[in-house]
Design a protein. Structure first.
Length: 642
């Protein structure tokens, strides 16, 4: 095989067995890699109603056919399992160096099943793998465990580890790659914890065979050049994702006080607080150095240090926009140093910052509304924006200590504990916390949060074209289809983030492209923001890499196949159209301030059109004709779609 190395590593922790399987070439062509591989494996191998924390759940670590090459950002890792948080489809994706090392070690995919009686880790090197005892690693933070493994195996390894949060089966636990890169959403760290799997360490020295190496590298160089010439690239390189704080705050898309607001402001005075936690302030006061993920032209990872004061710490790499929201605006915290400190804690304990910030914001609003009190919290006062309280709750949740034991279950289950009044203030979709986008200020994100298969999410679609305006890309990608479908131009509504018109088409298309990105596996900073790499580019790269003749339409179909297969996983688990819905706040409470003041999400209007484009019925099930078109007749049969 070209592109793919052609081997799958399967590790059963129950019987301590390791075996190597051949990667079926037809399977590879159809599902490409990454989330495509994971979706098909989990559909085929998981039974209905599997407990996510049981040995019967499986967790898949998958690379793609471009992984480990010079293609821009071709170093990302995709991980999937049944989610302990949503109890449905769960997946995460991160950069770093683990995925290239796994592929250089000779494997396209690692499937972990069963559960060990004692703590273990998996060691992989150049075609071989073994299960090793991890009693001395259990209980360590991610940084401590990573350092211990590098002392054993050498500094040139890559690791995927859980911290105490995953060990204690918190439903919002992350997997940390090379310490700083988070596979954050879906609680997948808890799946590893349930298997008593502390982590995986890998080193590879092999090569990747490419079908047409010279043409592939020529194409890759041009792709790097196109990305670097984009007008947004210089700011991304300088600030990383924190550059978005001021931009999103200005357009009212920066969720604040548990999504009561879309701008981080003082409602009484109008004073903006966004600058206090912005990328510009981070760069000025706390920045030490930049670091790039494998084969990435942007080096958007920034290393931060707080040199003095209460929050003195080595903040490490990767303080992202999402975390500045989750531990900042969402909980109304203006103290940037405490956010740096909290992010370091989350990396070490192994937490999804979106979800830990979400559950803290939820209980702060319950406190504000008088739904809970000190009797419920064990004496902790939950006033908005108190950094001491926020840090204390992170630590308590990681240890499942006191009130933190409940918080470890995630926002939805906390709300269930306190009843119907509390559920009103649970900013979740499919039991997953809404990330750092207020859909009232960008209507496509309001739609994306409900159609995403892993629960509230922006990266499942990554519809960023209408965010701050890419009119040229919108015209190029959608004008012909808008004329054919609707008989009129995509503009000006397509580029208007506050208009719901045309957003279902743009989300539908972006979801399919995102499925391809997550199967290659590459970063959406190369495919979606800025919008440089598209279906045609990906098809050409795949053809030169693998020798399989991919056309643009082949990838459009493959993207839809993968996305709908994940949807079918959820349908099999009992989800349906009723779960494609937003909290009442976004539907009935107009944004009270900022550029989106007065706006709500016109979800019913957009969802109806989105279902039509996807060919879903009123239950949210795809038609048999659609399933046949994308090559999922066997899945349709199992779901009784006819």
């Amino acid at each position: 095989m070209y592109g793919w190395v052609g081997r799958v590593l399967r590790v059963n922790l129950s019987d301590q067995r390791v075996r190597v399987e051949d990667l079926d070439s037809d399977f590879a062509r159809k599902y490409i890699g990454g989330n495509g591989f994971a979706a098909r494996v989990l559909w085929d191998e998981l039974e209905l109603d599997v407990d996510p924390f049981s040995p019967a759940n499986k967790i898949v670590f998958a690379t793609g056919p471009l992984t480990g090459t010079f293609w821009p950002s071709a170093g990302r890792l995709h991980v999937a399992a049944k989610s302990p948080l949503s109890e449905a489809w769960g997946e995460g994706n991160c950069g770093g160096y683990f995925a290239p090392e796994l592929k250089y070690a000779g494997f396209d995919m690692l499937i972990v099943e069963g559960s060990s009686e004692e703590p273990v880790y998996i060691w992989i090197e150049d075609g071989d793998a073994e299960i090793r005892p991890a009693e001395k690693l259990w209980g360590l933070t991610v940084s401590q465990a990573d350092e211990a493994l590098r002392k054993i195996h050498g500094r040139d390894i890559s690791t995927a580890l859980i911290g105490p949060a995953g060990e204690r089966l918190t439903r919002i636990a992350s997997i940390q790659v090379d310490r700083w890169h988070s596979i954050a959403r879906s609680g997948l760290g808890g799946v590893m914890g349930s298997k008593r799997l502390k982590g995986i360490a890998v080193r590879g020295t092999g090569d990747i065979r490419l079908y047409n190496r010279s043409m592939f590298y020529e194409l890759s160089i041009r792709a790097h050049e196109r990305l670097l010439k984009n007008r947004f690239s210089s700011d991304l390189i300088r600030y990383g994702t924190p550059l978005l704080v001021n931009i999103m705050n200005e357009i009212g898309r920066f969720p604040t006080k548990n999504c009561q607001l879309g701008s981080f402001v003082n409602l009484e005075t109008g004073e903006s607080y966004a600058e206090l936690i912005s990328g510009e302030r981070l760069r000025e006061k706390y920045h030490v150095r930049d670091q790039s993920c494998f084969a990435c032209p942007f080096a958007c990872k920034k290393y931060h240090v707080v040199n003095e004061g209460r929050w003195k710490c080595d903040g490490g790499l990767g303080l992202e926009y999402e975390t500045l929201h989750a531990l900042g605006s969402l909980v109304y915290n203006k103290n940037l140093e405490s956010i740096i400190y909290g992010n370091r804690l989350c990396n070490d304990y192994g937490f999804d910052t979106d979800d830990i910030g979400g559950v803290i914001a939820h209980i702060m609003e319950l406190w504000e509304k008088g739904i809970i009190n000190e009797k419920d919290t064990g004496g902790i006062k939950l006033d908005w924006g108190n950094p001491e309280t926020i840090i204390r709750l992170i630590e308590m949740t990681a240890r499942r200590e006191g009130f933190g034991d409940l918080l470890a279950e995630g926002t939805y289950r906390v709300a269930l504990k306190f009843g119907p009044k509390a559920l009103k203030y649970a900013m979740v979709v499919k039991k997953v916390d809404i990330p750092a986008q207020d859909g009232r200020a960008q209507k496509s994100m309001g739609l994306s949060h409900v159609t995403a298969n892993r629960g509230a999410d922006h990266l499942t679609s990554a519809e960023f074209l209408s965010e701050v305006g890419f009119p040229d890309a919108i015209l190029e990608r959608f004008e012909d289809r808008a004329q054919k479908l609707y008989g009129r131009s995509i503009m000006p509504e397509g580029a208007d983030r506050l208009s719901p018109v045309f957003k279902p088409l743009m989300v539908y298309d972006s979801e399919n492209m995102a499925a391809i990105s997550d199967s290659l596996v590459v970063c959406k900073f190369t495919t979606h923001w800025p919008p440089v790499i598209y279906f045609k580019d990906a098809a050409e790269a795949l053809t030169y890499a693998t020798g399989v003749k991919y056309r643009e339409n082949d990838l459009r179909v493959a993207g839809e196949r993968i996305f709908i297969l994940e949807r079918c996983f959820n349908l099999r688990e009992g989800l349906s159209a009723k779960d494609d819905w937003l909290p009442e706040r976004f539907l009935k409470e107009p944004a009270p301030a900022g550029a989106a003041k007065g706006h709500v999400v016109e979800l019913e209007q957009m969802l109806k059109e989105y279902y039509r484009l996807r060919d879903y019925d009123e239950r949210g099930y795809p038609s048999y004709e659609k399933m046949k078109e994308i090559g999922l007749e066997d899945v349709a049969k199992e779901l009784n779609i006819s």
